[in-house]
Design a protein around this ligand. Structure first.
Ligand SMILES: Nc1ncnc2c1ncn2[C@@H]1O[C@H](COP(=O)(O)OP(=O)(O)OP(=O)(O)O)[C@@H](O)[C@H]1O
Ligand SMILES: [Mg+2]
Length: 786
């Protein structure tokens, strides 16, 4: 069997798979089979006598872990694959922490705080400490705390580090160290860990309990890590704790795809791997199996502009393929239309499925125009990430109930539901409970259970209401030990009054909330049934369901996709994936690079790596789009093409703005480049200007498509000039300066100036609602009013 498996690998991959003599690192460009090496290596190890439960594979998303398990199942059988330890760092470590909770002073039913829980706790602490909330922005403070944790810096170390303290003083937030300390105390009192704690506490657990560390080091006799370039310091330190005795570690990654430094990922992990593990072997894979030659070459030409990287030479032996296509659009609406038309066309021409297409964007908010257009054009799609199902208010409320039932000390959940639906326990009472809890160093729940003992200053009526609430929670708590998650979950939703509240309204929003709740419940039922089918658990507890739900990351899909659908996602979420056709949209200066990431070379290089990740998702077609005008923040904004477009080797990009002779100018390092689509030939022109933006801000030339496709395609701009097209509906000779016209898109306007003759005749028109525009008359569609 092993031989058979090895035959499906090239020589370098095979070498990496069969090397078991110590630590190994596989560094290779995108699509060169790194994940495949990990998958096959696991199958190989099983063939060499490793037991599945002795193998630990760490992936970046839960979805990636599931997929890897399936692939291994196909190689070695599902039974073996099921017993492997696989998952994200957070899910694997949270399971270890539940088992070993006592050793670090937690109880096993601890809650996992998500980002909004942590932020709201930080906010509450800032308020309690009487700090100025304008100076101490809770999100920035929470980020500082998170960064410290990802560097394994505990509050005491933070407070005594000259670096962090002076950083905080410079940010005018000297009290961050005190907030951090109080935050940790509060998490402990609430028997809660935030996402970063899952790492910090695992490190501390192993660091302070040598016997436990050794137990897990022996249990995980081989550790494999995918996407190693995006691990942070804490993750890397734990992997070292687990593997330093046996050195059985295989990490795979690509420094050129490191895109998570904002979450503390440290590219140095990859650069320092060989110094952390004595005698570690480094493997390089150079052949890309995913993409056409042109796509690989274009991606290489882009990334070579980054200075900090491990030199690699990635090539493809797949077909040469077609060049990357650049499709500039006039507006975000038109951009969506171009993409949707292309999807329909390619699907028809190549007889492929909607699932063969992905639309990748820099930020989630860009999905809106595509969604609208796809709905209109009946294209099925699925959005990954964004506002997760589990982040919706009604679902968060229900989950908060579950959390309180499983762990009544959970402060954030308790605050959320103590008076929802309203039961007469208002903000004043809650404030007093918090004060009593803080004073006594106990959880809110402890105060609620013994209000008199903790000197809670409230009247008798309120004590009675608190008592009722406590009995309700305790009653569910008892049932949670015996009932399955679905049964108890359903009853909590109805007995708490949540379902009554949600089913009381009839407007569309209420109905959407009701549907969400029903979907949520059927998801719970599914969860219970599938766990039973897998024979994993006799009693599928509410706590198991919570464990699963609280670790869904924003990168995991909300629901499984059953029928073929176009995938819409951010580039970050697309890591590791591949699609025959990829659209990279919104390639504009204020979107990609993100305007928040242009202040330093380091940030810009990370944005460039992000674009490299995007391009390398494509197997056959990679289509780039940008829009000149975009509706954002409630108004139309003008934007220029992304600076990254000039990084690509121009001979690998074909410009397509709907005309056989179009040109596109972008300012490159060597001056201006003119990309011409004529005969797919790109010409580097002499430097003609130094100001990219200034030139692109010239009034644009409007060109519409022939009458038959009116309204579908509007072509741009000063930078995208065009010299061919079809005649307009209205002959321009009627027209003179001072005429009033009605334009099909821009409405009423007065002609200010007419220039040029014949084919080149242009009018500058002052539109009442759309401002001043220049129209190339042979294409413009308008009526002369007077
Ligand atoms: N030796 C091979 N023979 C055939 N197909 C291969 C081979 N190696 C890799 N592939 C295929 O190439 C594609 C890319 O492989 P894989 O996803 O493992 O690359 P990767 O290096 O992990 O990419 P990324 O950097 O994007 O994570 C997959 O479809 C994989 O099955
Ligand atoms: Mg991969």
């Amino acid at each position: 069997m092993t031989d058979n498996i090895l035959e499906q690998l090239n020589d370098s991959q095979r070498e990496a798979v069969t090397y078991c003599g110590g630590a190994s690192l596989v560094i290779a460009g995108a699509g060169s089979g790194k994940t495949r090496v990990l998958t096959y290596k696991i199958a190989y190890l099983l063939g060499q006598g490793f037991m599945p439960w002795n193998i630990l594979a760490l992936t970046f998303t839960n979805k990636a872990a599931r997929e890897m398990k399936e692939r291994i199942g196909a190689l070695v059988g599902i039974e073996q694959a099921r017993r492997l330890n696989m998952g994200t760092f957070h899910s694997v470590f949270s399971r270890i922490l539940r088992t070993e909770a006592q050793a670090i002073g937690y109880s096993p039913n601890f809650t996992i705080y998500d980002q909004s829980d942590s932020r709201s706790l930080v906010k509450a602490i800032i308020k309690e400490m009487g700090l100025d909330e304008k100076v101490y922005k809770h999100t920035s403070v929470a980020d500082r705390i998170s960064m410290a944790k990802n560097r394994l810096m505990l509050p005491q170390a933070y407070a005594s580090s000259r670096q962090t303290v002076s950083d905080d003083v410079a940010r005018k937030m000297p009290a961050v160290k005190d907030i951090y300390l109080r935050y940790c105390d509060r998490c402990r009192q609430a028997n809660a860990m935030d996402f970063d704690d899952l790492l910090v506490n695992t490190f501390v657990l192993f660091d302070r309990n040598e016997d436990i560390r050794r137990k897990y080091s022996e249990r995980f006799g081989y550790v494999l890590v995918d996407e190693y370039q995006d691990t942070n310091y804490a993750q890397q330190a734990i992997v070292t704790q687990l593997t330093r005795d046996h050195q059985h570690i295989c990490a795979v990654g690509d420094d050129a795809q490191s895109i998570y430094s904002f979450r503390g990922a440290n590219i140095d992990n990859i650069l320092n791997f060989t110094s952390s593990y004595d005698g570690a072997r480094l493997f390089k894979l150079e052949q890309n199996y995913r993409s056409t030659q042109f796509i690989v070459q274009a991606a290489n030409s882009l990334i070579k502009h980054n200075s900090r990287q491990i030199p690699k030479d990635t090539f493809s032996r797949n077909e040469q393929g077609e060049k990357l296509v650049l499709k500039p659009a006039y507006s975000d609406k038109e951009e969506a239309l171009i993409v949707c038309n292309d999807i329909k066309r390619i699907r028809r021409e190549e007889r492929c499925e909607y699932s063969d297409f992905a639309i990748l964007y820099r930020t989630n908010s860009q999905s809106r125009s595509f969604e609208e257009c796809m709905r209109k054009m009946n294209i099925p799609y699925h959005i990954y990430g964004g506002m997760s199902f589990y982040q919706r208010k009604e679902i968060k409320d229900v989950i908060a109930y579950f959390r309180v039932v499983v762990n009544p000390d959970d402060e954030e959940a308790l605050r959320r539901i103590i008076n929802y639906p309203s039961r007469g326990i208002g903000d004043t009472t809650l404030g007093r409970i918090v004060a009593a809890a803080t004073l006594n160093g106990v959880s809110l729940w402890t105060v609620i259970c013994s209000p008199v003992a903790y000197g809670l200053d409230v009247n008798k009526g309120t004590i009675g209401k608190l008592g009722k609430f406590r009995d309700l929670v305790m009653g569910w708590g008892e049932r949670a030990n015996t009932d399955d998650a679905y049964t108890i979950g359903r009853d909590i939703i109805s007995d708490s009054g949540v379902s009554c509240d949600i089913y009381s309204g009839r407007d569309p929003e209420d109905i959407a909330r009701q549907e969400n709740l029903e979907e949520f419940l059927s998801g719970m039922q599914d969860f219970v049934e599938s766990r039973r089918e897998e024979g994993m658990e006799e009693h599928v507890a509410l706590a198991d369901f919570l464990q699963e739900v609280s670790l869904l990351t924003d990168l995991d899909s909300d629901t499984e996709v059953d029928s073929p659908k176009v995938s819409l996602m951010t580039v970050h979420s697309a890591k590791g994936l591949e699609f025959p056709t990829v659209f990279i949209v919104g390639l504009e200066e204020n979107i990609f690079p993100s305007p928040m990431c242009t202040s330093s070379m380091r940030e810009l290089e990370e944005e460039r790596r992000l674009l490299y990740v995007a391009v390398t998702r494509a197997e056959k077609h990679c289509i780039l789009t940008c829009a000149q005008n975009r509706f954002r923040y409630g108004r139309m904004e003008y934007d220029t093409p992304s600076r990254f477009l000039r990084d690509f080797d121009p001979s690998l990009i074909r410009m397509d703005n709907g005309s056989p002779e179009a040109s596109f100018q972008a300012h490159g390092s060597a001056g201006w480049k003119t990309y011409e689509s004529s005969g797919s030939r790109f010409v580097n022109s002499k430097p003609v200007a130094t100001q990219f933006k200034a030139d692109l801000k010239m009034p644009h030339v409007e060109r519409l498509k022939p009458a038959s496709s009116f309204g579908k395609t509007v072509q741009p701009t000063a930078s995208f000039t065009n010299s061919s097209g079809s005649s307009s509906m209205v002959s321009s000779h009627e027209l003179c300066e001072g005429s009033m016209i009605e334009h099909q898109r821009f409405g009423m306007g007065e002609v200010l100036r007419i220039e040029g003759v014949g084919e080149n005749m242009k009018a500058t028109v002052n539109f009442r609602n759309a401002g001043t525009k220049q129209l190339l008359l042979k294409f413009a569609k308008y009526k002369v009013i007077k």
